[in-house]
Design a protein around this ligand. Structure first.
Ligand SMILES: [Zn+2]
Length: 273
């Protein structure tokens, strides 16, 4: 299987582990607005895990999420895998890092009110994360994602992304409330998904909500794609730019991503294809 197919197939492995692996679930979020995490208010904008543990107690961090630190840990694991030129480890670490970086771009992964459940807006998580991209993602301008860049401070970058996402939480909630309050028609439809009938937000309601969010979902998606690419590239640079031609992409059908990695080794065009 080509690497790009493997990565696509395993991009959600981390989510599947949530119910079987202890401490997996909190790696996917940070409930930054949980009162229990007010202990983070005094330790700077991007505290190291040790500093945060000292201020909040480690169990509290695992209870309310460790997403920004997880991105640093996953990046370190990918650097190690690149360094060892271990094909399976590289693919696994790249898939997991990509997953956590994508989660960090979702506003509702940064709040205690992650499903609107605290404000009578249940179900909002999948509306933002799944329903809107499924309906309107075809129109997103994802091919024009800006070129990747080397990220020298992954830890600080991860915190910046998480707090940017967190900055969108108020709008995600308030626009849902506003659109729903002024909505005259039915806002829920029954649709078949994977052979099962499910309640879904009506397409027109979703369109109005997506417009009210003013490009937010598309911007977060573009930013996530650029972020994943940049951290993969940064991990490879941090591993000393190993030659991967004997490890990845054997045969004729090398994926574009790995061909690009190889071009980077030759110090050619820095643009992602
Ligand atoms: Zn996740």
């Amino acid at each position: 299987m080509e690497e790009v197919d493997w990565l696509a197939a395993h991009a959600t492995d981390a989510d599947k582990r949530k119910h079987t692996v202890e401490r997996e679930a909190p790696r996917h979020y940070l409930d930054r607005d949980a009162p229990a995490l007010s202990c983070l208010d005094t330790v700077g904008s991007a505290p190291w895990f040790s500093r945060a543990s000292a201020a909040c107690c480690e169990d509290t961090l695992w209870a309310y999420g460790v997403l920004p630190w997880q991105i640093g840990w996953s990046h370190a694991r990918l650097v190690e895998a690149f360094d060892q030129k271990d094909r399976q480890a590289i693919l696994r670490a790249a898939a997991d890092l990509g997953h956590y970086v994508a989660d960090a771009h979702v506003p509702l992964h940064t709040t205690l009110n992650y499903n609107g459940q605290l404000t009578g807006q249940e179900g909002l998580h999948s509306v933002w994360e799944t329903r809107l991209p499924e309906l309107f993602g075809g129109g997103y301008d994802l091919l024009l994602v800006e070129s990747v860049e080397y990220v020298p401070d992954v830890h600080g970058w991860a915190w910046q992304v998480v707090m940017e996402s967190h900055g969108h939480v108020a709008k995600v909630l308030s626009e849902e409330r506003r659109v729903s309050a002024s909505w005259a028609g039915g806002d829920v439809v029954r649709e078949e998904r994977g052979g099962v009938m499910q309640q879904q937000r009506a397409v027109e309601w979703c369109r109005t909500y997506d417009e009210a969010l003013d490009g937010m979902v598309e911007e977060r998606w573009r930013s996530a794609i650029r972020g994943v690419s940049s951290l993969w590239y940064s991990a490879w640079v941090d591993a000393g730019e190993p030659n991967l031609s004997d490890v990845l992409g054997g045969g004729e059908s090398k994926s574009r991503r790995w061909r690009w990695f190889q071009r980077k080794e030759k110090k050619e065009d820095p643009q992602v294809p």
